[in-house]
Design a binder for this molecule. Structure first.
Ligand code: CAA
Length: 283
């Protein structure tokens, strides 16, 4: 299938990053959010990041302007009827996602592919909320989207081969590398990453080392760009807890039990960078 127009649903950090890379790659992009304040924030961020690319000489000014001209804001979900691909990046909540997918299923043309950027929720269950489960797929981008090369593509139980192939091709046109994964809790990225972060939090909880020491070991010893506690703050501690709970519930295995210290921080509202405090404090 030929994808020309992409609707991105949700203009938060992930959604605006996805809209940016799609517009830069030459797609017509509709960036939808229920809140026009969120759209303002999302589009301002895209403009800022593209302007910085121009300043650094990594992008021509006319390419930035062309990309921005391909990006149209929307607060009307009915715009989904114009899209060949709808890419959802809203809050990680199954009820919200299934309601949204059922609505998109009514609005979008029958051939339109509905993709979710969920980081751990089952694609098969999201697909079951629609009458086109064969056209529903996971397209999991990493944060920060403009920088990270990976897109984890998740096949739901019913996802059709041609839909997978289309999404794989779209991913390549975005300058990203697609990796095929089947639909199991946490897919691969978070099944491997989150238990490592959780273990780092346990090590802190048990007083094995300071937070700085734990991060230093993983940065200098394993060449990770960020230590696990810094990365947890970057991702958001609420997101980390949610993903650990999804793994714990999905596999029923106590090896995925979230660390009590992680729960405590989330209860305190210390969610990481976005709230100014997590394992570290931020200006
Ligand atoms: N948005 C857009 N671009 C950003 C950015 C952001 N938030 N942060 C940094 N960048 C860009 C910079 O502009 C710079 O671009 P140029 O090379 O074009 O100049 C480049 O990234 C490098 O930035 P810096 O030199 O300022 O900083 P750095 O070298 O320390 O890199 C980092 C920053 C890319 C975030 C790096 O620390 C890193 O890779 N961290 C790990 C990120 C990671 O693991 N992400 C996955 C999280 S898990 C996830 O997303 C999945 C999930 O489901 C939870």
């Amino acid at each position: 299938m030929d994808v020309k127009t992409i609707m991105v649903v949700g203009a938060g950090q992930m959604g605006s990053g996805i809209a940016q890379v799609c517009a830069v790659a030459g797609y017509e992009v509709l960036l939808y959010d229920i809140s026009s304040a969120q759209l303002d924030k999302g589009t301002a961020n895209i403009q800022k990041l593209l302007a910085r690319q121009v300043e650094k000489g990594k992008m021509a000014a006319e390419d930035k302007d062309a990309a921005l001209s391909r990006l149209v804001r929307s607060t009307d979900l009915h715009d989904a009827e114009k899209a060949d691909l709808v890419l959802e990046a809203v809050v990680e909540n199954m009820d919200v996602k299934t309601k949204l997918f059922a609505e998109l299923d009514e609005i979008a043309r029958p051939e339109t592919i509905l993709a979710s950027n969920t980081s751990s929720l089952p694609i098969t269950e999201i697909a079951a909320a629609t009458k086109r489960p064969e056209k529903v797929i996971g397209m999991h981008f990493m944060n920060p989207v403009p920088v990270m090369k990976l897109v984890e593509i998740i096949r739901g139980l019913a996802t059709a081969d041609d839909v997978y192939e289309t999404i794989e091709a779209v991913t390549r046109t975005l300058g990203k590398v697609p990796v095929e994964v089947n639909d199991f809790p946490g897919f691969i990225s978070n099944r491997v990453l989150m238990p490592m972060i959780n273990e780092a939090i346990y090590a802190l909880y048990e007083g094995v080392a300071t937070k700085e020491a734990i991060d230093e070991v993983m940065k200098l010893g394993m060449n990770h760009p960020m230590g696990p506690l810094t990365l947890a703050d970057f991702i958001g501690l609420d997101t980390c807890l949610y993903i650990m709970e999804t793994l714990h519930e999905g596999f029923g295995d106590d090896k995925y039990r979230p660390c009590p210290l992680l729960r405590k921080y989330v209860k305190a509202g210390w969610l990481g960078r976005k709230t100014g405090r997590g394992f570290y404090t931020y200006e």
